[in-house]
Design a protein. Structure first.
Length: 287
């Protein structure tokens, strides 16, 4: 299995709205994260732009359809297409979500939570091991934002995430906004969550915006990052150290300059904790 990826700096989600701008202006972004499924195709414009942008920037791959928590058999057709894309991209790392997305060939098109108990840990960890064996690399799994709890749960979410990572020997993508959203919705302490996550497993942070409806909040990725999430990111940097981080935006797409402003904030917060912060480009990088 591959070794821990190096600190790669600060990135943005690669979205079609910005393809041309990125190629024409070559913005000062350390890396971009792609949604894997958007490029698991035979050809066309998505792969054309992927290849051109890949000439200038390292890429990370982030999926939404692995459904690692499902009780349905692993989709080997999906995994084969994913492996083909990995070979094409040579990504910094490959991530997906600690969830399930469907059952019996039905895709819910949503990221669904799991019961937090020992049975779920064993089930998910075994499936992760199978995926890692097939891909020949460790994968990275992201914590969800959640809106319901299961009566079958007998451990906290952070205990569950930590147990899965240790049992499966995989990496973690810590979504700071998701922690904040779930902490508000379920009334737990976000810092307690972060302190329960093993430091040596976290290789990436996601930072995003959400929609606040008062009694609950929803992870929508359609708004600027909220001040409490920036503060939680600062505390995450203090706890986990030099971890590659990125801004996610998926709706109400702003001018690219707004994303660059948030990226500058991301970098500034990290550099305040680590003044000599330097990006280590991996062999996947091209300049």
């Amino acid at each position: 299995m591959n070794t821990r990826p190096p600190f790669s700096g600060f990135g943005l989600g690669l979205r079609p709205d910005y393809y041309t701008h990125i190629l024409e202006t070559r913005p000062q972004v350390d890396w971009f994260e792609i949604i894997s499924e958007n490029y698991m195709v035979e050809g066309g414009k998505p792969l054309y732009f992927l290849d051109r942008i890949r000439e200038h920037y390292p890429l990370a791959m982030h999926g939404v359809s692995l459904s690692i928590g499902s009780t349905a058999a692993l989709d080997m057709g999906y995994l084969t297409r994913l492996k083909t894309l990995i070979e094409r991209v040579n990504p910094l790392w490959v991530s997906d979500h600690l969830c399930w997305t469907g059952l019996s060939a039905h895709n819910s098109h949503d990221l669904l939570p799991l019961p937090y108990n020992a049975e779920s840990v064993r089930h998910v960890a075994e499936r992760i091991k199978q995926v890692q064996s097939f891909l020949g690399r460790r994968i990275v799994l992201e914590n969800l934002s959640s809106y319901v709890n299961f009566s079958e749960s007998d451990m906290t979410e952070w205990e569950f995430v930590a147990a899965v990572a240790e049992e499966a020997d995989c990496w973690l993508l810590l979504d700071i906004n998701n922690i904040y959203v779930s902490a508000r919705n379920h009334q737990f302490d976000a810092l307690t969550y972060m302190n329960g996550i093993p430091q040596d497993r976290v290789i990436q942070f996601h930072i995003a915006g959400h929609s606040d409806y008062g009694d609950y909040i929803v992870d929508t990725h359609d708004a600027p990052v909220a001040d409490p999430v920036w503060e939680l990111y600062r505390l995450a940097v203090r706890r986990f150290g030099k971890v590659s981080a990125m801004i996610e935006r998926d709706d109400n797409m702003p001018e690219f300059s707004e994303l660059m402003s948030e990226l500058a904030t991301l970098r500034r917060i990290a550099e305040a904790e680590f003044p000599q912060l330097e990006t280590v480009r991996s062999e996947a990088a091209y300049v």
